[in-house]
Write a protein that binds this ligand. Structure first.
Ligand SMILES: Cc1ncc(C[n+]2csc(CCOP(=O)(O)OP(=O)(O)O)c2C)c(N)n1
Ligand SMILES: [Mg+2]
Length: 798
């Protein structure tokens, strides 16, 4: 046996062993999907599904990777529809219990698509939404480069992505490839599974030439693993060049139609329209079966070609590589190459035949390879080679409760964020772990102060050509801000990988990103992807809402608060005052630090529930006086606890109200609080006691409410009102919710408290104007809030 520890597979005997392994991988992957569909009685009549053809397509590539190329420190992103191949390999390596094999797509079983958080075996990157799994390792490699530069080099990891060819249609792939932040990452290797088929069809024409140019133009190293050894040998014979030229110019549709034809028909179809030279050459291959095998002999199913291609990529130290591996979708299965095979399943009879062909029986079909055989020994050696060292736990970064920000003048939450980050950058215990990033909006979202102090990250020092007295844009390996091009997809993908650095780069970080709030939606799928993957980070959507009045409807966000509230693994926070934001940001970073430091399994349960943090901020300067007064009234300890829990009473009308006066709650969130306070004062003048509640996190309140409700539902008991709501909404009184965001975000408060409610918010697109114009247009002005309070009070008596 060759030196499997070094991943070499040189001799014919080695290749024969790898072939035995791949046949078993193909069988297990196929049978995992088959069992999911045929062995389980789901009882609901819904097709289980799974992708035998997409899996088969990558069997040789993944066998070559795991059994002859990868090292223990390498990280792999697996094409979503090849998850059965991944699990089959992990099973053969002894990393997955046999009991899981028949559980694909079952509740608590193997996930349909590789999942970091839900699969039982060690998935490095979740995949599923095509395109994102390709880009994630690129940003993981960028994160590693950052970690190595700041904390010392980790053992080398290669970051590999297995990508479907139609996946290259996704725009986010090209955003990632072309961003300067991903330049020069020599440890990245993408392998494109060129099976020329997507879900619906054979991919039209020949795309490869264009893709090659796009990668080369972005500075990537491009390798083609196109022709298998038999075809290469044929090309080398006299006249063989004409055969290569004929195949190269053949559109995908024509080539793909060869698959599934009986051997006798392949020749005629292949030569349809061919020049005489090709016909003459092919006439020399008399046997039909040999001919059919020859013209469909692709390098994506040839170990030697693949390993040579991987080795070539290894030698590229200063640029990412992409391998175009030509494969057959459904390779080795009766559905091979069929244009409609994406979701096709083998019949039970076909599976029976396959089992028999491999010498397996119903009793032995799930067995691992016999350890006494060369293949079994090879696998055992690879198991040892790929075993990962257990992770130690690191002490949590000690983040303070606040930076002590107490502005004596009106200030916006966006400006406050900038000052809080500057404050944290002065704290030697925290500063080294902070890393900020923005898609070309760092200065306009107030990151300039942080950047001035900490610099911009670049793998090498870059000369600055402009002297700017206000903003120092000094770039070098010590910089702690990663600047991105205008791609919100890249922002969330990078934040996701920075937020997983504790796992994939063995270094906890405290990532903070900023983005104009409306464009959170532009990166939303990557946001979902990153938090589904378990990443923890802070993102500030700023500015937000129609308080960004002069900028007009295209820059005003309305539905983002709802998005933040509803996204799992994300805590949505929208404070109005600087000191509250200070506590909240520090609290978020404390939880991120705690979760990253906790050993796996215990992972700081409360912190894990919070996940990432989405702050929705504003550029509207707000008088801080009301917050200072409530601080005096409640004291910092109590107020901080309430601010973190989601709400506090900003003004308490109990004292001013005449006995028996009607009471109403005005619950506002974010930049609109001044209007709410003004409305409360007007109501007070009219003899109505209006308490103003500042909702710092509608999400945390909602979660608290849902937790008690669900508890009641599950235990068939009467749910109580959660403490966070009871503390601030003490009495039963009607409520008006006021939000510079869709009115729906807080409209549930009425139900939660069991009182009449009127919800004010922005339910149509905005437009240009002053803040006053916009607030009047959306009924967020004090007069409208007063009227809403009267309406809420009248609802009470209906
Ligand atoms: C963002 C996204 N859009 C659509 C899909 C549905 N989908 C799943 S696979 C697929 C075709 C993939 O083709 P390709 O990448 O070539 O994979 P393969 O041929 O290897 O199956 C599509 C459209 C998806 N998973 N994600
Ligand atoms: Mg494909």
């Amino acid at each position: 046996m060759a030196d499997t520890a070094a991943g070499l597979a040189g001799t014919d005997a080695d290749l024969a062993v790898l072939d035995t392994i791949q046949q078993r991988v193909l069988w297990l992957a196929t049978r995992i999907v088959d069992a999911a569909n045929h062995d389980r009685d789901t009882g609901d009549g819904v097709k289980v599904g799974g992708h035998q053809a997409s899996s088969a397509s990558l069997v040789t590539v993944m066998t070559a990777l795991y059994f002859a190329h990868l090292d223990a420190t390498d990280k792999v992103s697996v094409k979503p529809h090849a998850s059965p191949v991944f699990h089959a390999i992990q099973y053969l390596l002894g990393n997955l219990d046999r009991g899981y094999l028949p559980t694909l797509r079952a509740f608590g079983g193997l996930q349909s698509y590789p999942s970091r958080t839900k699969d039982p075996d060690a998935v490095d990157f979740s995949t599923g939404s095509v395109g994102l799994g390709a880009a994630a390792p690129l940003f993981a490699a960028a994160t590693r480069r950052y970690v190595d530069a700041h904390f010392g080099a980790r053992p080398r990891s290669r970051f590999v992505a297995l990508i479907g060819d139609a996946e290259l249609d996704e725009g986010n792939i090209w955003e990632a490839v072309s961003d300067p932040a991903t330049d020069g990452l020599g440890d990245v290797m993408w392998i494109v599974d060129v099976n020329r088929q997507s879900l619906d069809r054979v991919v039209p024409g020949i795309r490869i030439a264009q893709w090659k140019q796009q990668f080369t133009g972005a500075g990537w190293h491009v390798v083609e693993a196109k022709y298998g050894r038999r075809l290469q040998a044929a090309f080398a014979r006299p006249g063989g060049e004409s055969l290569r030229a004929w195949i190269d110019q053949m559109p995908n549709e024509h080539y793909q139609s060869l698959f599934g034809l009986p051997a006798q028909a392949v020749r005629q179809r292949f030569l349809d329209g061919a020049p005489d030279g090709v016909r003459d050459f092919c006439a020399g291959i008399a046997d039909d079966a040999e001919f059919a095998g020859l013209v469909t002999d692709l390098a994506g199913h040839d170990f030697r070609s693949l390993l040579a291609a991987f080795g070539e990529c290894d030698r590229e130290k200063d640029r990412p590589s992409v391998v175009f591996a030509y494969t057959v979708k459904g390779w080795g299965l009766p559905i091979a190459g069929n244009p409609r095979n994406h979701s096709a399943l083998l019949s039970t009879a076909q599976v029976d035949q396959m089992r028999e062909r491999l010498g397996l029986t119903l009793a032995t079909e799930w067995d691992r390879l016999d350890p006494m055989t060369p293949a079994g020994q090879w696998v055992a050696a690879r198991r040892e080679h790929l075993a990962r060292a257990p992770r130690g736990s690191t002490p949590a970064v000690a983040v303070p409760d606040s930076t002590g920000l107490r502005p004596g003048r009106p200030i916006s939450t966006q400006e406050a964020l900038g000052r809080i980050l500057v404050g944290l950058s002065r704290d030697d215990g925290v500063a080294p772990y902070l890393v900020t990033t923005a898609p070309d909006v760092a200065t306009s979202t107030n990151l300039a102060g942080f950047i001035n102090r900490k610099g911009v990250f670049s793998p090498a020092v870059r000369r600055s050509w402009s002297e700017d007295a206000v903003l120092k844009w000094s770039e070098g390996p010590e910089g702690q801000h990663i600047e991105l091009g205008i791609s919100e997809m890249n922002l969330f993908l990078l934040l996701g990988q920075l937020g997983l650095a504790w796992d994939l780069s063995d270094q906890p970080l405290l990532p903070v990103g900023t983005v104009y709030d409306p464009f959170v939606l532009r990166g939303l799928d990557a946001f979902v992807y990153s938090v589904y993957s378990g990443a923890r980070f802070v993102v500030a959507g700023t500015p937000s809402g129609v308080s960004l009045a002069p900028e007009g409807g295209a820059h005003q966000s309305t539905i983002t608060a709802s998005v933040g509230l509803e996204l799992p693994n994300v805590t949505f926070i929208e404070p109005a005052y600087a000191a509250a934001l200070d506590w909240l940001i520090c609290g978020a970073l404390q939880a991120i630090a705690a979760a990253a430091a906790a050993p796996p399994g215990t992972a700081g349960k409360a912190a894990a529930e919070d996940g990432s943090y989405y702050f929705r901020l504003s550029t509207r300067g707000i008088d801080q006086g009301p917050f200072d007064r409530v601080r005096e009234r409640l004291g910092d300890a109590i107020l901080r606890r309430q601010v973190l829990a989601g709400a506090y009473r900003l003004t308490d009308a109990t004292e001013s109200a005449a006995g028996g006066a009607p009471t109403v709650y005005l619950a506002g969130s974010g930049a609109v609080l001044p209007e709410v306070l003004a409305a409360a004062a007007e109501l007070d003048d009219e003899g109505i006691a209006a308490h103003v509640i500042d909702v710092t996190s509608a999400d945390r309140l909602y979660r608290a409410w849902q937790r008690t409700l669900r508890q009641g539902v599950r235990t068939a008991t009467t749910p109580s009102i959660p403490g966070a709501l009871r503390t601030v909404f003490g009495d039963r009184a009607p409520i008006v919710t006021v939000h510079d965001a869709a009115s729906h975000t807080m409209s549930w408060l009425g139900s939660a408290l069991g009182v009449p409610a009127v919800s004010l918010g922005v339910d149509s697109f905005g437009q240009s104007g002053t803040v006053g114009d916009l607030y009047r247009a959306h009924d967020l002005d004090p007069g409208s809030i007063v009227n809403a309070a009267l309406a809420a009070l009248s609802l009470r008596y209906q």
